[in-house]
Design a protein around this ligand. Structure first.
Ligand code: GLU
Length: 257
């Protein structure tokens, strides 16, 4: 695993993501990518290699301005490190974009089931199955958090999933089990990351989403529930710029993770 950072707020999401991802970069990362919510649609870019390779791609094919987005650094577990297997992964309609840290244990069965229902999966990854499942649940329930809860209930393994839907401007949803997702609360802006290092330059107010929880992130705040939809209040803690969970542990103050 390398990292996830997501943003909903008033600034350039691209700027926040490209500022946060280097704080999570690790020599084992093999690819990078991001998706932005743009004018009722999605714009995405992804590339094998380092963040420099993604930056080069963005210079060649710039993305439109946006204030909501998700970013990812991949360390491949399912499927080789290729541009196609890099995250984000989209559903068939291109309305949902998903990034994931971890390993969805039953992805082979899920991919076979999706294929038997006519879904065309274009990558070799476990994550793409989650994008198709999320889009299907969203089209039935019309609620991105409920769709994410249904996906999390379906999956086995350890994962941190973060998604945007083109029909839900200003909204990022996340769900995790066995791997961290950390909320960062700012003034009119909210961050979600696999490690608070990614947003610590912007806000010191962090809270762990927690296992088998789903979070809805909007510029004005975040809402966490368990997988039955019961609201949960994650305990806040303080982070400082430069802190990184698992490294620089002493830099995290008032910790309750
Ligand atoms: N299992 C996913 C993949 O292979 C995510 C790997 C990661 O944590 O970066 O694409």
């Amino acid at each position: 695993m390398c990292g996830i950072v997501a943003y909903a707020g008033g600034r350039s999401a691209l700027g926040v993501l490209l500022g946060g991802l280097p704080l999570l970069e690790h020599p084992d990362c093999d690819s990078a990518g991001l998706a932005l919510l743009v004018d009722g649609g999605l714009a995405a870019a992804k590339k094998t290699g380092t963040l420099d390779d993604l930056r080069r791609e963005l210079r060649l094919r710039p993305l439109p301005a946006a204030t909501t987005g998700i970013g990812h650094l991949r360390r491949a577990t399912h499927g080789s490190p290729t541009d196609l297997n890099a995250h984000p992964h989209l559903d068939g309609s291109g309305r949902v974009a998903v990034v994931q840290n971890g390993d969805i244990a039953d992805h082979g069965r899920l991919r076979d089931e999706l294929a038997s229902r006519g879904h065309e999966l274009v990558s070799e990854t476990d994550t793409e199955a989650a994008a198709h499942l999320l889009a299907g649940h969203y089209s039935s329930c019309g609620d991105p958090a409920e769709a994410m809860r249904q996906v999390c209930r379906q999956l086995t393994g350890s994962f941190a999933l973060v998604a945007v839907h083109a029909d839900e401007p200003d909204v990022v949803v996340g769900g995790c089990r066995g791997l961290p997702l950390i909320l960062g609360t700012g003034d009119g802006e909210t961050f979600l990351a696999s490690d608070p290092a990614a947003f610590a330059p912007h806000t010191g107010e962090a809270a762990a989403v927690g296992d088998d929880r789903v979070v809805t992130v909007r510029p004005e705040g975040a809402w966490v529930t368990d997988l039955d939809g019961v609201p949960v209040d994650p305990r806040p803690y303080e982070v400082r710029p430069g802190s990184r969970d698992g490294r620089g542990e002493d830099e995290v103050v008032g910790g309750s993770r």
